[in-house]
Unconditional design. Structure first.
Length: 492
């Protein structure tokens, strides 16, 4: 993935700093509570929401099981419609392909539709190195770009900024990127939106190359789909002569009928709308209408490795709605930057360690960035059991074991810093395998309960520092069972 986040501290350290920022916490609390309340009302309007959720899950699982077949079908359909398909195994290859395509047009600027895939691979930085400037056109992405910032939310990348901060960014930075902010710009939402519209309009009208991602790709027709709320995507997809779309291979659905399910669940789960204001679809090229040249870059970048994991592969169902972020108590307090990835929140905590591996300190810490409350699973429109995958990845971090990396089976070594946890689990396994030792340990723990410390010593302090140690009962369950004859009240 992108080098944008290299050097980030592990999640606990980054989160500790974020939690100490009262402005950030206020911005996050207000935004997430507002979005999730609206989403709840929008979902409650649909009587068959549970059926739609199950349908989305099954469609995604079926597609992932037959991904090879549907990707070939997609390539054939896109090619037949006049497009060109490129396959990118990793971020470097994808960036090289896009850079060469832009250079071939002779242009030095591109306009971009909001795209997490291009953020994942660090496309803007790669283009800048090649002397090509990429302009973000989504309002929130524009705020992030002008502020020399990083996105912190899947749906609302600038969720960590308030209106006053956005006004100051526009005043200070817009002139460097094009049309300056109007004189006397206030923090009124209408004025901020108008300033962005005027700033971007000149870029739309002169752009010869557009770069996009896609929410979905329909295998049977080769159609790509982008849903949005502002209209900037429609401008990028129709005005430039050349359109380059970088899309993760998991974004495919077999048929238009399958697409119908997600066009009902995605808007309600993300923006709490019955349908998106703009749903743009395009199939190859059409003479006299839209771009003259279309390129589709299919991105792997760790996805087939993730697909090989029977438990972890469900993360590839994700349709990037961000509902899990808006209900997560950890995200609400720590914000997106603490996750050290373009994919923050609960979905990022299971997706990033699979796409990038768990070799770095930040990636090894992400499966622990959760209380395992399960709220993320309850709101997921494709029923990704995020807590299950988190526990699965925690086991991989602590124990190591078999995994797939770059298409090859490897044996991962346990991450550093978990030796005490592994020793404790080995001791527990031994005790449960020897009933006599377990009974003796229980009796000893009960008789010495008044001497037990309030916090664990040594490495255990990291666990008990934020938790109360459970009280040891006066009598072990086994002893109570024997004394009462299985609860019948007959003492022996």
């Amino acid at each position: 993935m992108s080098g944008t986040y290299l050097g980030m501290p592990a999640f606990p350290e980054a989160a500790r700093e974020a939690v100490g920022n009262p402005t950030l916490r206020a911005n996050l609390r207000h935004a997430t509570h507002t979005i999730r309340a609206k989403r709840a009302r929008a979902v409650a309007e649909v009587s068959d929401w549970a059926a739609l959720r199950e349908a989305g899950k099954r469609i995604k699982d079926h597609t992932l099981r037959h991904l090879d077949r549907y990707l070939v079908q997609l390539e054939e359909a896109v090619t037949a419609a006049g497009g060109t398909v490129h396959w990118a195994a990793d971020a470097d290859e994808a960036n090289r392909i896009v850079t060469e395509l832009v250079r071939a047009t002779g242009e030095s600027e591109v306009v971009k539709v909001k795209s997490m895939a291009t953020q994942e691979i660090g496309l803007n930085e790669a283009l800048e190195t090649a002397g090509i400037r990429a302009y973000e056109t989504d309002l929130a992405e524009l705020i992030v770009q002008l502020g020399k910032d990083r996105p912190s939310h899947i749906l609302v990348p600038a969720i960590h900024r308030n209106r006053g901060e956005i006004r100051d960014i526009f005043r200070a930075e817009m002139a460097e990127w094009g049309r300056p902010a109007p004189e006397g710009l206030s923090d009124s939402p209408a004025e901020l939106a108008e300033a962005a519209r005027l700033h971007l309009r000149e870029k739309f009208l002169r752009a010869e190359v557009g770069v996009s991602g896609a929410n979905f790709m329909v295998a049977e027709t080769g159609t790509l789909v982008v849903v949005e709320s502002e209209g900037n995507g429609r401008m990028c997809l129709t005005l430039p002569r050349t359109l380059i779309s970088v899309v993760g291979i998991e974004k495919i659905v077999p048929t238009w009928r399958d697409l119908e399910v997600f066009l009902q669940t995605l808007p309600r789960s993300s923006t709490a709308e019955r349908m998106n204001p703009y749903t743009s679809t395009w199939t190859g090229t059409t003479d006299g209408d839209g771009p003259e040249t279309f390129h589709l870059v299919l991105l792997d970048n760790g996805r087939t490795d993730t697909l090989a994991d029977e438990v972890g592969r469900q993360a590839l169902r994700c349709i990037r709605c961000s509902a899990c972020l808006n209900v997560c108590p950890v995200y609400e307090r720590a914000g997106g930057h603490a996750y050290g990835s373009v994919y923050p929140g609960p979905i990022g905590a299971i997706l990033s360690p699979q796409l990038r591996g768990t070799g770095s300190e930040i990636d090894a810490s992400l499966p622990y960035a959760s209380s395992l409350c399960g709220a993320c699973y309850e709101v997921c429109p494709v029923a990704i059991d995020i807590p299950e995958v988190l526990v699965h990845l925690r086991e991989r971090v602590v124990q190591g074991g078999e995994a797939v990396r770059a298409g090859n089976k490897v044996v991962l070594r346990p991450a550093r810093g978990h030796a005490a946890e592994r020793a404790a689990m080995r001791a527990a396994r031994w005790a449960f395998a020897h009933p006599g030792a377990l009974r003796a340990g229980q009796r000893l723990a009960s008789r010495t309960r008044r001497l037990h410390p309030r916090a664990l010593p040594g490495p255990g302090r990291a666990w008990s520092g934020t938790r109360d140690l459970p009280a040891v009962p006066a009598e072990p369950f086994r002893g109570w069972w024997q004394r009462t004859d299985g609860g019948k009240g007959t003492a022996k």
